[in-house]
Ligand binder design. Structure first.
Ligand code: 2P0
Length: 336
């Protein structure tokens, strides 16, 4: 009866997050359990809004992404995610999912993080699942690992959990939670290329773990990076946050470049922006770069320096779209 009162239709909004200590590599593909802890900043730009409506007459789910029916892998991933929610809710009703992104999908701008965080919150509400924030984070993780972090606003750490645990305990142990930070930085995002990536991060991280001789060293350093990052955030030390984020990200890309064959997401425009960030530092501007599964570069700096950094990035990569972001809110239900 409690379920009947809440189930039906729900709409949620979530924002992408950019990792300062990256997630790159799974130890369990089915449960989406990572090999390392990661830590991110949720953005205040590029929200995804997702509505889930239960559809009693339907024999299958309908998935609409940005106004068009989803096909192939995207449709399969959403349906598999809804199957998980249905199993937990003890319901079999199909649903209509209508999701709108304001960020280019699949361009290394964390559209799967905002997408599955919004879907987790909306689907849990539509199917009447009562989950606390950690439970929503675990659920979002099953859709896309980085989505576990977008359940929370500002800064969040995603725990890998115990590698030796049983599957049930491993699932329970892997969720995100907020991280205290005395910092309100800007993240200047240079969209040098908005098209979809050539290799999905899911496939690329699997290939990196399987073939890169540098992977083990990068993963082994993740613990120190995380401890250093937590301490730097707590004391509001932008330089230390930026330094750790930049070397962690470039190290992740090094593991990919050493994979066989190599996975290379950086483009000439990315490298030009990275050069420009170095020049800014020589001019005593605290600016540090991070990059994900795509050629776009995100530059961490103070709010006061954001416009100067944005101008420098625009000049370095003419024709790119430059967006200044800051720490944003966690995923939330809009109504229903
Ligand atoms: C991250 N990325 O920590 C890293 C850094 C990209 C580079 O999480 O397979 O879409 O769905 O769990 O979360 C992108 O991978 O991968 C990602 P799945 P996801 O933000």
């Amino acid at each position: 009866p409690a379920r009947a009162a809440t189930a039906g239709t729900a709409t949620a909004v979530a924002h992408p997050n950019i990792a300062l200590v990256k997630y790159w590599g799974k130890r369990d593909e089915r449960l989406v359990l990572p090999r390392t802890d990661s830590l991110s900043m949720t953005l205040d730009v590029f929200p995804t809004t997702t509505r889930v409506r239960l559809d009693p007459g339907a024999g299958q789910d309908t998935v609409i992404l940005d106004g068009a029916p989803a096909k192939g892998e995207a449709q399969r991933r959403v349906t598999a995610f809804l199957d998980l929610v249905r199993e937990r809710a003890g319901m079999s009703l199909r649903a209509v999912v209508d999701s709108r992104n304001t960020v280019p999908t699949g361009a290394g701008l964390a559209s799967s993080a905002s997408g599955f965080a919004a879907l987790a919150v909306a689907a849990a509400a539509a199917y009447g699942l009562r989950l606390d924030p950690a439970g929503l984070s675990r659920l979002a993780r099953r859709g896309s690992g980085s989505a576990s972090r977008s359940v929370f606003g500002r800064f969040a750490v995603w725990h890998a959990g115990d590698a030796d645990a049983t599957p049930r305990d491993a699932d329970l142990g892997s969720y995100a939670e907020p991280v205290p930070a005395d910092l309100d930085p800007a993240l200047v995002i240079a969209v040098v290329h908005a098209g979809p990536k050539s290799v999905s991060s899911r496939a690329a991280m699997r290939h990196t773990v399987a073939t890169s001789p540098l992977y083990a060293a990068w993963a082994a350093a993740a613990g120190d990076d995380l401890a250093g990052m937590r301490a730097a955030l707590a004391r509001g030390d932008l330089d230390a946050v930026g330094r750790i984020a930049e070397h962690n990200a470039l190290g992740m890309h090094a593991t990919m470049l050493a994979a066989r064959p190599a996975v290379r997401y950086l483009s000439p425009a990315s490298v030009t922006v990275l050069d420009r960030v170095l020049e800014l530092r020589q001019d005593k501007v605290a600016a540090y770069a991070t990059m994900d599964a795509g050629p776009n570069v995100k530059v961490l700096c103070s709010r006061a320096d954001a416009e100067r950094v944005a101008d420098a990035v625009r000049e370095a990569a003419p024709g790119s779209r430059v967006v200044v972001a800051g720490p944003g809110p966690g995923a939330r239900l809009l109504h229903g």
